[in-house]
Design a binder for this molecule. Structure first.
Ligand code: NAD
Length: 380
């Protein structure tokens, strides 16, 4: 099979061998007109658990506009292992106590917080005060109050803020957004989204309300919320929700399964499901003259999609790690002012919806009005 390099692929694109629709959906860092960026921004990962080690660090080996420059860890034994594996100098290694001295380190431009959810706010705020741009993993924080505190800290210190919503820069997601915007299959009527997995028996901070802030909703649920919003191309104006528990002996502190129904500002109706007790990974759009579906819709990729016309939604070029595109797009935003595909307002909006869902459940499924306007909708 012919091995195609990125440069050769770009050349093929310019010669028009693939459609303009594909071009329109190529991520910023993987298409054309990048311009030459001499400076690569240094990223420090805070928290070296499963996601940092399994996805973010390897993804940073292939980024064009940023690289893994430093680490912040509370586990001393991880320091040497990471320094050796990723050629990180000792001067760029921090623990949770001396983290604030990162302010003096010019090699670090961006701090990426990959800790349990309830620790995001503290480390984002400390990073902003140290003068570093901030990416926080999803969910942005465990309350709207905390989201505001992060947003304010970043504003006050003149640094950029992004949420680790890797789907926002994924080409399949962009195609779904395009269908909603261009009414490709007629008027959009209904969206639905499912996001969940079956939790086994292992213990984890995600089952601890204090550390996780909630259960499936805080974890996979934010993907379901995101899918419904970009599937609808608008924010919800009201929501009602129900909680189901089939393993109360295991999920003692956090929610196991939640469904929610939404009405959107453009008259679309939506339904979402999230769970720690069912495998679910789907986004569906129903239009007046057809439909589109992604399944999987939010796994690490590549995703898979189809429409009522039968054809597969397919993108031939993907970097090995979806997060490569995500982090390059944020670095490019910092370097050039190009769009921030997942700004803090988007993360805060989703936590406003999470809080409305919990409120509805508490009030027996009551419909909760939402006044979000276009908050967090990135028009690109
Ligand atoms: P993990 O349990 O694998 O790692 C957590 C890290 O935090 C570990 O390095 C651990 O040592 C450290 N830590 C510090 N204080 C801790 C404490 N009190 N309790 C437990 N761990 C503590 O978790 P993860 O899967 O890497 O998730 C980290 C964050 O990343 C979460 O916010 C999660 O939602 C998010 N995440 C996002 C994606 C995505 O696709 N965007 C995927 C996985 C995780």
């Amino acid at each position: 099979m012919e091995k195609i390099t990125r440069r050769a692929f770009s050349a093929k694109l310019t010669r028009g061998l693939v459609g303009t629709a594909l071009l329109a959906n190529m991520p910023l860092s993987y298409g054309l007109n990048l311009g030459k960026q001499d400076k690569k921004l240094g990223i420090a990962l805070v928290g070296l658990g499963g996601y940092s080690g399994g996805q973010l660090a390897p993804a940073l080996l292939n980024t064009e506009h940023c690289y893994l420059a430093g680490i912040v860890t509370g586990t001393p034994s991880k320091e040497k292992e990471w320094m050796d594996k990723y050629k990180i100098p000792k001067a760029n290694v921090y623990n949770y106590e001396n983290f604030d001295s990162i302010a003096k380190n010019d090699a670090i431009d961006i701090v990426y917080v990959v800790l349990p959810n309830s620790m995001h706010a503290e480390f984002c705020i400390r990073a902003a005060r140290a003068g570093k741009h901030v990416i926080t993993e999803k969910p942005m924080a465990v309350s709207v109050v905390e989201c505001d505190a992060i947003i304010n800290a970043c504003k006050e210190n003149g640094v950029k803020l992004g949420v680790g919503y890797r789907m926002q820069t994924d080409p399949y997601t962009k195609e779904i957004k395009r269908y909603a915007k261009e009414k490709t299959f007629g008027d959009l009527k209904y969206v639905s989204s499912d996001a969940g997995f079956i939790w086994g028996t292992w213990d984890n901070w995600r089952l601890n309300k204090k550390l996780a802030g909630g259960g499936a909703l805080m974890d996979m649920g934010v993907y379901a919320i995101q899918c419904c919003i970009y599937g609808a191309g608008a924010n919800p104006i009201s929501i009602s929700a129900q909680e189901f528990s089939t393993r109360p002996d295991f999920f003692k502190e956090v929610d196991e399964s939640i469904t929610a129904q939404m009405k959107f500002s453009n008259n679309v109706v939506g339904n979402m499901f999230t769970s720690y007790n069912a495998n679910a990974n789907r986004l569906y759009q129903s239009f007046s003259r057809g439909w589109a579906e992604l399944n999987p819709a939010h796994s690490y990729g590549p995703l898979s999609g189809r429409t009522s016309r039968g054809e597969e939604i397919k993108f031939p070029y993907q970097p090995q790690y979806q997060q490569t595109i995500q982090m390059d797009a944020f670095a490019k935003h910092v370097l050039t002012g190009s769009p921030n595909f997942a700004p803090g307002e988007m993360g805060k909006r989703d936590i406003m919806i999470v809080e409305a869902i919990y409120k509805s459940i508490k009030e027996g499924g009551k419909t909760i009005p939402l006044d979000l306007g276009d908050m967090g909708i990135v028009k690109v």
